[in-house]
Every structure is written in C-alpha cells, then in structure tokens.
Design a protein around this ligand. Sequence first.
Ligand code: FMN
Length: 321
Amino acid sequence: MLRTHLTSVWNLRYPIIGAPMAYAGRGRLARAVSEAGGLGMIGIGSNEPAEFFEREAAIVRGTDQQRFGFGLMAWAIEKRPELLQAAIQARPFLISISFGSPEPYAELLHQHGIYLATQVHSREEAIEAARIGVDLIVAQGTEAGGHTGDVGTLPLLQAVLDAVQVPVVAAGGIATARGVAAALAAGAAGVWVGTCLLASPECENTEQVRERIVGSRETDTVLTRVFDVAQGLSWPPQYPGRALRNHYTDQWHGDIEALKTNDAARQQLARAIKEKDYDLAYIYAGEAVGLVKQQQAAAVVVQQLGDGAEQLLHERYRALL
Ligand SMILES: Cc1cc2nc3c(=O)[nH]c(=O)nc-3n(C[C@H](O)[C@H](O)[C@H](O)COP(=O)(O)O)c2cc1C
C-alpha cells in the first residue's frame, strides 16, 4: 500500500486521480477510475448544459456511492456561474477550478464540504493557491495533454514541492509506473493522469481516436492555440492546448494571426469536427501518448500504475540505498 495524503487522508486505494477531460472523460470513465481505487473526475466543457452534471454524477456514483470530482475552467465559470452551481448540487468529493483563479469560489466549496483543487503552472501560482486555501495543488507541466502552461512537469514539481505545504500531485507526461514512482519519490502526494486513459473504452473517444492515440509517438504532439482560435473559444491566450499534430496544426500553428481572420479555414475545421476527420480536427493528448501502447480498460491502467509504482519503489529503494 502506498501511503500518501491521498491514500491516508482521502482514503483512496491508489494515489491516482483520473484527470478531468472535457468531452473525453465523463461519468463512465470517472466511475471506472474510482471503482479501481483512484479518484475519477468528470471534465466540464465551457458549453456543457446544466443537466449534464447530475446525469454524469449519477453514472459515477452508482448504487455504491463512488466518489468523484468535476474539473471546471475558471474563465468558463466567470461567463456561466451556473456551471459551478450545478457542480456543487451534484455533490462531488472534489472540484478543480483551473485556468484562472479559484479564489472567489474557495469558501463556497468548503462550506459545502467539497475539496478544492487547482492546476498551477509556476511556483508563484502554487504559492497563491496555497494562500487562498486550496486542498490540492496540481503541478501541471507543459507535457500534459489539453490546455497547459510552458514549464516542464519535473522542474515545476520540484519548485512547487519546495514552495508549499499543501499536498501536491504531478500532472503531465505520466503514463507508466515509472512516472508515478518518480513523482512519489520526489514528494508528490500522487499523480493526475489524463492521456494514459484516452485509449480506454470507458472514454468517450471513438475507435478511430483510440487507434490514433495508440499509434502516436511522444514526438507527435504540438502545444497550440490553433483550435481555440479557429473555434472562437474564450481560452486565455497564456494556455494553449497540447494536441496531436495534424494537417491543420501544420498549416496554421505558425500563422495564428492569419487564422483569426480566415473564415474559410474556420469553417473547414468546423466541418472536420462534425465529420470526425482527424487529419484536420483536434485530438487533445499529451507527450505521454507515446507510452500508450494498447487499448486497455481504465481499471487495468490504474492498477498497473499503482501496483507497478509500489513494486518499483521497493526495488529501487533496495538497489539504491
Ligand atoms: C483530452 C483532454 C481534455 C482535457 N480537458 C481538461 C478539462 O476540461 N479541464 C482541465 O482542468 N484539464 C483538462 N485537461 C488536462 C488534464 O486535467 C491533465 O492536466 C492532463 O491530462 C495531465 O497530463 P497527461 O495528459 O500527460 O496525463 C485535459 C486533458 C486532455 C488530454
């Protein structure tokens, strides 16, 4: 048994949190992760309807009251405060509010007995998160899939662990037991993993996307604003998204200004998304995509990460010390 804040205080079997992934990770994936002994999270896209929360929460909770979390974007809550209200009403164990400050919401969540997490991208953001009283800091490196910052997971994790007393989990680029063991050995309370679950059947991804995930290498991603700009989304520009490279990113990543005013290119993307043409449409995924070698049930992924890390830490301890 691995003993960290997440297993001793939060009582998880494994110190593993299934990252919130809007449109990709919903109730089914969260349930599989929680049932396996991690904490599953449901990603909330900026245009999700209010009914979404209770429907997906019911799927995770089941009859055995599995715990789960929601992952929201601060900039989306600012535009649609009803997202946070709906999240609270669905009684999650944890809410993460990232990509903007969670400060205005910390007290409210705590009044409802809900833990608050936030993803940080610098030492300063971690210190600020600790000041406002978040319960879990997620050090999200630039290797991560989806929207992220520009500091690598390892330098960020070291800086954050040195700077705060709050439990910290590592996110970005972790997809094997070695990655989990490294984060725990450094002092993290656990890991927050997304990309390694993208080929699991409980994900909302299609077979076609799962095959692309399994077939991609660690060098096949790009951190880009292309898809946000082309869809007119309100993502703050300091958070680009890491996705699989394709014809669309090859064409527009170096020419964002031109893309902003190119209606034909924007319509081309809208069509591609509708038609599931992934030579043009996005598949958000992190550099760890190169480590995802097969389609495996989420429970198997979680168990391999957790049990594998425990075994590795034993072996390395004996070998090194
Ligand atoms: C497809 C996808 C969608 C994501 N959507 C969200 C989201 O809605 N909210 C959020 O806070 N983070 C989101 N993330 C980031 C994850 O929470 C997490 O930081 C990341 O997956 C960790 O890195 P990894 O992908 O290398 O495991 C997303 C990541 C992916 C791959």
